[in-house]
Design a protein around this ligand. Structure first.
Ligand SMILES: NC(=O)c1ccc[n+]([C@@H]2O[C@H](COP(=O)([O-])OP(=O)(O)OC[C@H]3O[C@@H](n4cnc5c(N)ncnc54)[C@H](OP(=O)(O)O)[C@@H]3O)[C@@H](O)[C@H]2O)c1
Length: 393
């Protein structure tokens, strides 16, 4: 079944590439729980690598999906080869496969290919040249080639550009999560932005699947179209940082606003120091998004007029990064604590009512035994925890 506008009794099969990632995870969960008529598969990159044409050909020959969603990317700091092969060539090969089967292809793009400015439209982009980052270049080239494939060959595709993405279950510490991490771990003593008026557009990861499902049900309206998928009201960066600080009851960052030239010099100095350390055998990296330091000082807002004028209805118009912040803070601080990533964060330091400790659950108690009295834990497990798992019989 190639067109989801038709209602047929047989199940629709979709392919999600990048299903283990932040956006892919939301999509997978949505299609597994909310759409009984749709079956999705999300092979990982070991099974279907965008770098391997044979993987793509083999998958499409075997499975003949009814639609493809591509939310795969290589890490943003990847070199030219990886960025080209995964983000660009891989995306185009997926689109070529979708074209051959005449099925919808949904592509996720990024505001990284946009200049700074306000109310940028879907037609705006940076000029394509070698000075762009590998990530932005690969995203822009994909957008341009998809347009060409639509015009020349009738590719049925829809593209959504995301701004700063917020949502739980991100394995990376990047973008807003890096900001949250640095504030909570007290790694930002001063404000790395302007006092007021540095605005950005944010995208709610949990709403992406609703849009894609809607697109798949209305392919005629959305085919060949690009959309800015962002919350309508842009967010002031300083206000966001100060909200996190207040919520966590922190003393830093102090409200001293570091001018961009000073921040850039500091950034360059740190990369020099890190290079030096790496040369003498200590492995260290600058946070990937420090390459986007400039963005902390420049407004970039995306117009979502086109989205608002479409037939898509926002499933939760009240949700913004501010309404989601408490849940995100709780989720990520707990996760990063468990992963031992913090160096200065100590939950007990925070008297804030929001972060009060929940009662210790049994597995936390076991974790304490694992830490302090492993022999005792071994005995308990061997006495109580190794009988056959009867509940599966
Ligand atoms: N997150 C953001 O802040 C943000 C902002 C704007 C736009 N976007 C866009 O949103 C989309 C999704 O981003 P994300 O943050 O969800 O990404 P992510 O969390 O980094 O996940 C990347 C995914 O790509 C897969 N992948 C990597 N290399 C691959 C390869 N060679 N072949 C096949 N799959 C491969 C990974 O699969 P394995 O784990 O199996 O390797 C993983 O599932 C991207 O197009 C990105 O440009 C994201």
């Amino acid at each position: 079944m190639n067109n989801m506008d038709n209602s047929e009794s047989s199940k629709i099969n979709g392919l999600i590439v990048g299903g283990s990632g932040l956006i892919g995870g939301y999509l997978l969960h949505y299609f597994k729980t909310k759409t009984p008529e749709i079956d999705v598969r999300a092979p990982n990159s070991k099974k279907l690598s965008l770098r391997q044409l044979d993987d793509i050909v083999g998958y499409f020959k075997r499975n003949k999906p009814d639609f493809v969603i591509n939310c795969a990317i290589t890490t943003i700091k990847s070199d030219a080869l990886l960025s080209y092969e995964v983000n660009y060539l891989g995306s185009i090969n997926l689109a070529r496969a979708a074209l051959a089967l005449d099925i919808p292809y949904i592509h996720i793009s990024s505001a990284a290919l946009l200049p700074s400015g306000e109310n940028l439209t879907e037609e705006d982009h940076l000029p394509l040249d070698s000075s762009m980052s590998n990530y932005a270049k690969s995203k822009l080239m994909t957008e341009m080639t998809l347009r060409e494939m639509h015009a020349k060959h009738g590719l049925r595709y829809t593209l959504m550009r995301l701004g700063v993405v917020y949502g739980a279950h991100d394995h990376k510490i990047q973008g807003i999560n890096r900001l949250l991490f640095n504030v909570v771990d007290r790694a930002m003593p001063f404000m790395l932005t302007k006092r007021k008026g540095v605005l950005h557009s944010y995208s709610n990861a949990s709403k992406v699947p609703y849009f894609i499902h809607h697109v798949l049900k209305n392919t005629k309206e959305f085919s060949g179209q690009h959309y800015h998928f962002v919350d309508p009201v842009p967010v002031d960066l300083a206000q966001l940082i100060l909200t996190i600080k207040t919520y966590m009851n922190l003393k830093t960052p102090r409200e001293i606003y570091i001018p961009y030239p000073v921040a850039k010099t500091g950034n360059n100095f740190m990369s020099g120091v890190i290079k030096l350390f790496n040369r003498i055998g200590y492995k260290a990296n600058m946070p990937q998004e420090m390459i986007f330091l400039e963005n902390f000082y420049k407004t970039q807002t995306l117009s979502c007029k086109k989205l608002q004028n479409s037939s898509f209805v926002d499933p939760n118009p009240q949700a913004t990064v501010f309404t989601e912040l408490p849940a995100l803070i709780e989720y990520y601080t707990t996760r990063w604590e468990h992963l031992n990533l913090f160096s200065s964060f100590n939950r007990d330091d925070f008297s804030s009512a929001h972060t009060s400790r929940k009662p210790i659950d049994p597995s936390e108690q076991k974790a304490k035994m694992f830490l302090n009295t492993p022999r005792e834990l071994l005995e308990v497990m061997q006495k109580e925890g190794i009988s056959p798992m009867k509940e599966i019989l």
